[in-house]
Design a protein around this ligand. Sequence first.
Ligand code: HEM
Length: 395
Amino acid sequence: MVDARVLAVPVVPRQLSAQRGRDPYPYFGWLRANAPALPELRAGGYTVWYVSRYEDVLSLLADQRLSKNPDLVPGYVSGPLGANRHLVHADPPEHARLRKLVGAAFLPRRIAALEPLIAGTARQLLDRADPAQGMDLIEDFALPLTFTLICTILGVPEQLITPATRQLLADTMVPSHASDTREQLQVFLRQLVACKRLGAATELDLLGALAHARGDRLTEEELVSTAYLLLLVGHDTTVNLIGNGMLALLRNPEQLRRLREEPELMRTGVEELLRYDSPVRNATFRVAAEPISLHGNTIQSGDIVSLLIGSANRDEARFPEPDVLDLARDPNEHLAFGRGPHFCVGAALARLEGGIAFRLLLDRLGDPRLAVPEDALRWHPCRVMRGLVSLPVTA
Ligand code: HEM
């Protein structure tokens, strides 16, 4: 049945819609001006509302009328694993319980101690590359760096930290591959969790610590889901920060020069790169648990609400000259890590990894340039993440 509410909405100009995979910002600008809450009826029979203005995204990120429970949406198939007993799909009081257990490992103090490990891993990767001959910043640097680090932090045995494991995780995000890889991934994660339950937890071993937590413990299902969540969001997102950030610097050579000459700009610089081309385009899953009025519309119970972080971070009502990359921008209240109870657990780690990666890349690459024409760059077709498939550069 056609939803009458959908017929009344403005039609997005075709050209903006067609180019949004490559450059979503003109499309986002159009949404903010013309349809700040845009409904879309999906084939499963449910409606998704796209919310694009900063003030709306900010308040809805912490709005208790929105639930994280996918079962509230009839017809919605959630997540590649089938098992979603992790933070992203938890409501209070479950969420607070899981968050306390997982969050303990990501406290800024513990993360700061990882600096030598991060810098050492990044240096090794750059030692292996020959930028003068050209290198792919995604495949040769960002992916192996972030994957090795999250595996090390979680305590995944070294022999499993392989490109094949990485590919297995990545494939679960591609709907056409998901059913083939789901089973393999389930087996992998269950074995990993079983091995953590058996062995004693070592120092850098978050999964081991979770498996051995006394008192309040994670169930088998929660442990498997949490391992999957952290392995996936613990590296893909930071790959996009490094990739999107380096591309933004290559497109703005005067900012790149400034960052090299004034390394103290790195703190505000990383925040600006997070804002300017946000690695996570939409916030995580949310569904209306009760009707919500927004800009003259009624979001009904059971409708999905997609908060467009990438659009909020370019909102002219919040940021002066939002389309200008200004590494010294301060204040910079971007929403790249979300806000409120589901604020990114790994924000401190991502900021540290990003800062170290940009510093070392600028040191080693001298005067980097794109090795292919800009039109040849390919972006992942994912609706949630925003990231490049590859970023070939030469020094
Ligand atoms: C630049 C890198 C990253 C960005 C931009 C990013 C962004 C985000 C965003 C936007 C959310 C959802 C907020 C919401 O829907 O309310 C989130 C949640 C989350 N992030 Fe990150 N993230 C990054 C890196 C990481 C890393 C390295 C880890 C783990 C090691 C991580 C773990 C998580 C977890 C577990 C959640 C769920 C939190 C919850 O629901 O309570 N993230 N992140």
